[in-house]
Design a binder for this molecule. Structure first.
Ligand code: AP5
Ligand code: MG
Length: 216
């Protein structure tokens, strides 16, 4: 399965990606997670990325496209992949199409998680993220078993710097202006599947798998 997850910030892409990647036994590739791992590691890529992620702006295409191109050369994508947070504008979508055409491995589906802006702000302002494995929790909706600790790896939970109310608003504008056009791009390619992203996490996972089984 070669799959893209698209949707506004806070729609639950990362949360659902973990379950879908396990279900289809494919790697979960999140450009946001790769940037944050580089920021944590203090690399040159991390320093550059942080100047954009802190403001909720997109990291330049030249950097992001090269990073994804390299990732898709690794062995573990042979049986498929789940891309989370990439592509994020039409140019990235065109570059991805060219990368996959060269490998003769086209996409199977693009799954859009749709959610109202009011729910998004509630989800993002209460999110806590694991410093080590980047799993998302929520102070009300997805509580960790032990306060401040990741259920999966025991890592410390923190609040992402881009989860402040002002930066969330900018991320929503960037999504509307730059990312939304890819929804039409993939609709025209006959790859788009849209599901509502409201309800329990497991309910949404079942909805996603049901919609994918019917379409692919
Ligand atoms: P990225 O990390 O991709 O952030 P994003 O798109 O803003 O999305 P989020 O990770 O915030 O939300 P999500 O949909 O994954 O939600 P989650 O599952 O955590 O990108 C960050 C930055 O990196 C960008 O701003 C940009 O600067 C840069 N970047 C990344 N990719 C790029 C690219 N391609 N090009 C250029 N720049 C790029 O869930 C959110 C919260 O809700 C959590 O607390 C969770 O526990 C909770 N939750 C989830 N599901 C439910 C549910 N069903 N019910 C209740 N709560 C729920
Ligand atoms: Mg995410």
């Amino acid at each position: 399965m070669r799959l893209i997850l698209v949707g506004p910030p806070g729609a639950g892409k990362g949360t659902q990606a973990v379950h879908l990647a396990a279900h289809y036994a494919i790697p979960h590739i999140s450009t946001g997670d790769i940037f944050r791992a580089n920021i944590k590691g203090g690399t040159e890529l991390g320093k550059l990325a942080q100047s954009y992620t802190d403001k909720g702006e997109l990291v330049p295409d030249s950097v992001t496209n090269e990073m994804v191109k390299d990732r898709l050369k690794q062995d573990d994508v042979k049986n498929g992949f789940l891309l989370d947070g990439y592509p994020r504008n039409t140019f990235q979508a065109e570059v991805l199409r060219a990368i996959l055409a060269e490998k003769e491995s086209p996409l199977d589906a693009v799954l859009e998680l749709s959610l109202d802006d009011s729910v998004i702000v509630e989800r993002l302002s209460g999110r806590r993220t694991c410093k080590d494995c980047q799993t998302s929790f929520h102070i009300l909706f997805e509580k960790p078993a032990v306060d401040g600790k990741c259920d999966k790896c025991g890592g410390e939970l923190y609040q992402r710097t881009d989860d402040s109310v002002e930066v969330i608003q900018n991320r929503l504008s960037v999504y509307a202006e730059q990312t939304k056009p890819i929804i039409n791009f993939y609709r025209e390619e006959g790859l788009l599947i849209t599901i509502p992203a409201e309800g329990d996490v497991s309910e949404i996972t079942d909805r996603a798998i049901g919609a994918l089984s019917a379409a692919v």
